[in-house]
Write a protein that binds this ligand. Sequence first.
Ligand code: CO
Ligand code: CO
Length: 317
Amino acid sequence: MTNPNVLVGINTGDDCAVYQITEELAIIQTVDYFTPIVDDPYDYGAIAVANALSDVYAMGAKPLFALNVVGFHTRGMPLEILIRMMKGGGDKAREAGVDIVGGHTIDDKEPKYGLSVTGVIKPGEIVYNSTAQVGDVLFLTKPLGVGILTTGIKRGTVSEAAIARGVEVMAALNRSASEAMVQVGVNACTDITGYGLLGHLGEMTRGSGVGARIHARAVPVMQAARDLIDADLNAVPGGSKNNLDFVRQFVNFDPSITEAERLILADAQTSGGLLISCPAGKADQMEQALKDAGTIIAARIGVMEAEDDTGRIDVVP
Ligand code: CO
Ligand code: CO
């Protein structure tokens, strides 16, 4: 990166790029899209948009407008599906106060949908994922288990009620959680997506030079996902198993933590919650602010316990 106006580029694992325009103003940019994870095109559209906006919220910024990124097989699939997808996405963007002002569609046998999002932030107010401090309390704003649940949906082993709950969790905007953390003032944040809780926490601990302690049984998990994995460890998608293999290099699991619990902590999420690293002295205020904001959960799941260059994570019961 040669341009000094690039405040956040590809060198860190942060969620978005940030480019400074003036002393007081930077633009923030991200792009995210994926293949369908639920059957209903409207829900898929809403989830894809909530997910794309999430990276902007994770950095404490305000999304302004977006462009659609679409793959669709126009000759092979009813146009109604595309219309429902766009409607779900458009309604979710409207809920976020974000205008979708254009976009691009290519012909693609497997549908794809997401957004390129542009937002603004004051350069001094960027919430990085690499600036956590020793003693911080870790908050999580959505339950885990989405990867297991969506795999169950593909295999036809999930009830309608559980699907509805999964859609509700994935389609929930991280906006109010983001606004709450900006108001309180926190040290670091990221959103939980494909690398799972432990993978994204590992980026945060390594980047920050701190170690973390996670209380596995304080981490909320969707009941349907827990039921699926308790019945069969193979309910977990391949990506989540790979995540667990990867995080074993920097995670110490207490021997009492079961394989199912480990897999859940590594489960790849779609449109997961924010993982917020908050100064201990503000933790009560943060918890109240998240509750007032109406986030799905406002769970204290652990602490940043010591300086540690390797970013080790201890998982205890
Ligand atoms: Co992210
Ligand atoms: Co992303």
